[in-house]
Design a protein around this ligand. Structure first.
Ligand code: FAD
Length: 364
């Protein structure tokens, strides 16, 4: 049996898992975070603009300390018909969207920084290890199995991202269906900082978020300015992939070479190429969020939305990670880990900005 025992084990070192582990450690709990990438941020893909409200609750003033790229001050929203862009430009941010200030981020930097904060708070961070299975006894999750070793915990938080393979194994998640997820392909293109500011009409520290709907008739596209790079990509519902003869990389090339986009990116250097799924099934496809001894946060629980003018899952990952940790802390203090006790997490989510955002466009 195991030699190691923790009050909580968190699976997945993306924003949901890092937040959960950080909050637990700050409350003095013994917490281990297991990430399969060789560092936090290595496997994580985003557009990426993070709305700051949820991070602000976890690390007040985070934007002054964390490696955020730029503060989004300018938004563009385009719709494309027969290759012609129709674009409106406005100041950030849309009052219908809860969240306030937003920032562009590169996950390889941001998550790495957050992991350092978590370790300083007392989290035992293990990277480069895949959690293969969950330890379940008498119907209750009570640990993990990784590299053939059992590690026990009073509570396990699953923050393993969109596929949710461990949550599937214990029947808390259905296999991912093509109409519940989208796939995104993205390039990060490096530039001199002054050139970015000149081309996009920005000052030092200011950023642009640009969403483009209906590109190539079938996908959405996005472009975000970072400090010394631009993140540009496309996304499409997986159920639509066979409605086009073009591959995703070909559609990304079309986007990057479009006359509206190409002049803005001319002379840049490709720094990163990535592809990833994200949940896009809407409020009806999310959850369940808990079971006996287990809580699920972030993309693993389906918490991500794409409204066309905004694509957001990072703030929902942070908020759900925090609420999962708070539920776990209360359960640890009572010494009770049944699903009835952990049901408080669902109530907290329903009362939080997570559900406010998920349901904010219902009926539109
Ligand atoms: C192309 C694209 C564009 C996007 N744009 C935006 C945007 O602009 N703004 C926004 O807010 N959101 C955006 N999103 C969504 C956002 O990136 C996600 O909602 C967010 O990253 C979810 O965080 P998470 O911590 O739940 O999951 P993830 O960041 O996916 O983290 C899960 C972690 O778990 C690890 N893991 C998985 N299985 C195991 C295992 N068995 N053992 C150990 N570790 C494991 C993974 O390696 C990973 O690090 C975008 C997503 C994509 C794909």
């Amino acid at each position: 049996m195991s030699e190691e025992r923790f009050e909580c084990i968190v699976v997945g070192g993306g924003l949901a898992g890092l937040t959960a582990a950080y909050v637990l450690a700050n409350a003095g709990k013994e917490v281990m975070l297991v990430e399969r990438g060789n560092y936090c941020g290595a496997k994580n893909v985003t557009g990426g603009r993070i709305y700051g409200h949820s991070m602000e609750k976890v690390i007040p003033g985070f934007a002054r300390k964390a490696p955020v790229e730029r503060t989004v001050v300018k938004e563009k929203l385009s719709s494309v018909s027969d290759g012609i862009f129709s674009t409106k430009e406005f100041e950030s941010c849309d009052p219908r969207i809860p969240g306030g200030k937003s920032y562009t981020v590169l996950r390889s930097k941001f998550d790495r920084w957050f992991a350092e904060q978590a370790e300083q708070a007392g989290v035992m961070l293990i990277t480069d290890i895949l959690v293969e299975d969950l330890l379940v006894q008498d119907g209750r999750v009570c640990g993990i199995i990784a590299s053939g070793e059992i590690m026990e915990a009073d509570i396990v938080i699953l923050a393993e991202g969109v596929n949710g393979l461990l949550a599937q194994k214990i029947g808390l998640k259905s296999p991912v269906e093509p109409d519940h997820v989208s796939v995104g392909v993205k390039e990060v293109i490096g530039f001199n900082k002054n050139l970015i500011q000149e081309r996009f009409g920005l000052k030092d520290g200011e950023g642009l978020a640009w969403m483009i709907n209906g590109f190539d008739g079938i996908c959405d596209a996005f472009l975000y300015t970072n400090n010394e790079s631009v993140s540009a990509g496309i996304s499409m519902h997986v159920s639509r992939v066979d409605q086009t003869e073009k591959s995703m990389p070909e559609m990304l090339e079309d986007f990057l070479e479009h006359p509206e986009i190409a002049p803005l990116l001319e002379g840049g250097t490709l720094l990163e190429y990535s592809a990833h799924l994200f949940p896009e099934g809407g409020a009806k496809t999310i959850g369940p969020f808990y079971g006996d001894g287990v809580l699920i946060a972030g993309d693993a629980a389906g918490l991500c939305v794409n409204f066309g003018d905004t694509l957001r899952g990072m703030d929902l990952a942070v908020e759900s990670g925090r609420l999962a940790a708070e539920t776990a802390i209360a359960a640890l203090e009572q010494g009770e880990f049944s699903r009835e006790i952990l049901a408080g997490y669902q109530k907290a989510l329903e009362a939080s900005s997570v559900f406010a955002i998920l349901t904010s466009r219902e009926g539109e």
